[in-house]
Design a protein around this ligand. Structure first.
Ligand SMILES: [Zn+2]
Length: 170
């Protein structure tokens, strides 16, 4: 496994729509492993392909708390097939927008269909933090960031500060 550099916003890579994976091979499995290692190292609870400059529809997440056994999910072509009518508001952050947090309203429960690294079709019912995390990561595959749910004013303040941060790092 290898740690990958995380793309920081604003970056056109984070606005692209990712392509479905057509064959689940060693390259895809390696990408998923590398993404998990990158996520754990950050540390974060979720990561999507565009955040490591890859254009495929794959995400990883693990919302296990410190001290709990890891519960990594490697999802290929994840698709939300059902969502609850009820929404819930929770604070979110993003490894591509470090140090900024904001409240986002999302479906309380979802059902997600995906393929695992062995190519088997899986279904998962998610609620709570896992539900929000999966919705956040699938948004990334469609070029959507959590700050896109904020008012343009708030979003622009964050993006201006991110541009400044990136200039300082360059
Ligand atoms: Zn994110």
């Amino acid at each position: 496994m290898a740690k990958l550099p995380i793309v920081l916003a604003p970056d056109p890579v984070l606005k692209m729509k990712c392509e479905p994976v057509v064959s689940i091979d060693d390259d895809v499995r390696r990408l998923l492993d590398d993404m998990l290692e990158t996520m754990y190292d950050a540390p974060g609870i979720g990561l999507s392909a565009p955040q490591v400059a890859a254009g495929q529809r794959v995400i990883v997440c693990d919302v296990a708390r410190e001290g709990e056994a890891p519960r990594p999910y490697r999802m290929i072509n994840p698709e939300i097939t059902w969502r609850s009518d009820e929404n819930v508001v929770a604070e979110e952050g993003c490894l591509s927008i470090p140090d900024y947090y904001a409240e986002v309203s999302r479906s309380r429960e979802i059902r997600v269909g995906y393929f695992d690294p062995d190519g088997a079709a899986q279904k998962l019912d998610a609620t709570g933090l896992l539900s929000a995390c999966i919705q956040h990561e699938i948004d990334h595959l469609n070029g959507v960031l959590f700050i896109d749910y904020l008012t343009p004013l708030k979003r622009n303040i964050i993006l201006r500060k991110m541009k400044k941060l990136k200039r300082q790092q360059a």
